[in-house]
Design a protein around this ligand. Sequence first.
Ligand SMILES: *Cc1c(COP(=O)(O)O)cnc(C)c1O
Length: 375
Amino acid sequence: MTCDFLSLALPGVQKLSPYVPGKPVEELAREFGLRAEDIVKLASNENPLGPSPLALEALKSAFAELTRYPDGNGFLLKQALAERLGVSTSMITLGNGSNDILELITRAFVSPQHEVVFSEHAFAVYPIVTQAVGARPVVVPARDWGHDLDAMAAAITPATRLVFIANPNNPTGTWIERPALERFLAKVPENVIVVLDEAYTEYVETGDVPNGLDYLTQYPNLLVSRTFSKAYGLAALRVGYGICQPAIADAMNRVRQPFNVNSLAQAAALATLEDEAYLAESRRINREGMAQLEAGFTSLGLSWIFSRGNFVAVDLGREAAPVFQGLLRQGVIVRPVANYGMPNHLRVSIGLPEENQRFLEVLGQVLADAAGAGE
Ligand SMILES: *Cc1c(COP(=O)(O)O)cnc(C)c1O
């Protein structure tokens, strides 16, 4: 007798597709016989600058304590964040990446009787955490690639317990402006938790994207999640955080793993938080790289979705999968987004100027070859 174990999994889990990460550089090097140093990876919205030098220094000191368990309450990091954000430490929950925060809020509050509302083309982790607890995902059609908050508010029923909003959103880069967010928050019943995922907030330099923290007092059902993986350049270490009313943080705290954020992650995050120059440089590289890619797309006759993140979704006007493969063969890794319902787009993370240049050149060649082949 062989047991079909997958058939024993929760029905929601059986219907899930696993998260598809960006292709690792080493894997591409092995598959195509390329040298790792010749490969450009613009696939996971990582910070192209490398980590802050202050983080590297802090890690060296932290190595000596590797035999010890980390501070399970993340005292120093929470204190630094609280001071910086103007909230109390009791409002902060640390996570093993902000993905952990998204999972903790769901596990603490959502049961199989509940519905979780999120947008079409939104971050892939929302359906995963929803279906992992057996709840029903309610996917609201996007408008102009972005969240349709009026439709999302209308999708809330007595069964809804949680709403996920990404601002800016990944993979589209679209953002929600202040009036739309305010109108939405005012409509949501107080017993429905709104998760405002601000993974890219540090990249936003325009005044039109709201800061979720401004609404925490007025809306006690709000959770803002943020991360050190993007502008702070620590994706490998996995550290994120949520900010919400202490009662919600208390519930999340009860279900988390006791040492969910390791000591290296805490030390590096604390040091990077102090590195104002690093953040400023990250923003500059991003701003200039975005302009470089937009100019390149214009030259190639391509359109794209305007983005406030550190990535941009370019519309190839044709099926993107073969172009993705063509780029890979030349050592350029970007992200196909067909699994997000965007088969004609590729998502490209902003890299260093020379990486952006290389991507644009190879993209031009691949598109010209495809056109020449009469595809
Ligand atoms: C990258 C990203 C995250 C952050 O993930 P971490 O677990 O913090 O690395 C969260 N939300 C969105 C929308 C993202 O794109």
